[in-house]
Design a protein around this ligand. Structure first.
Ligand code: RB5
Length: 143
């Protein structure tokens, strides 16, 4: 699996830690920046990650900003992206089971690192249930 990962300055430290976690699991990471704590604009990074997933360059994506809110909105503007902002493990499991979320958003200033890594693990390891949820997910991508 290849994961595209992106953040603004508010999510930079979390992105770096999530990247280390993914690499520790031998998951290929496409790091789309940002690469420092210098102030940048989250819409550009959310869009870049969304486009990497929607184009198939990456299988899934992870985006981080201060709260996870702005960058999740940006990622969700890209057609085919289902980005879910998760603040606990239950949300991460549910968004995989019911929404087939292909991008995970988290907040570097709002979520403790230990929780963020547990969210990441749950989101990676939980499968989409399909069935009655498939039709609803299809509706998300309909014109
Ligand atoms: C940047 O200061 C902050 O606005 C951003 O990281 C994010 O929280 C936006 O939703």
């Amino acid at each position: 699996m290849k994961i595209a990962i992106a953040s603004d300055h508010g999510g930079f430290e979390l992105k770096e830690n999530v990247k280390k976690y993914l690499e520790g699991r031998d998951i290929e990471v496409m790091d789309l920046g940002t690469y420092s704590e210098e102030s940048v604009d989250y819409p550009a990074y959310g869009k870049a990650c969304g486009q990497a997933v929607a184009s198939g360059e990456a299988d899934r994506g992870i985006v981080c900003c201060g709260t996870g809110i702005g960058i999740s909105i940006a990622a969700n503007k890209v057609k085919g992206v289902r980005c879910a902002l998760c603040t606990d493990v239950h949300m991460a499991e549910m968004t995989r089971k019911h929404n087939d979320a292909n991008v995970l958003a988290m907040g570097g200033r709002t979520t403790e690192l230990e929780t963020a890594l547990a969210i990441t693990a749950a989101w990676l390891d939980t499968e989409f249930e399909g069935g009655r949820h498939q039709r609803r997910v299809d509706m998300l991508d309909a014109e």
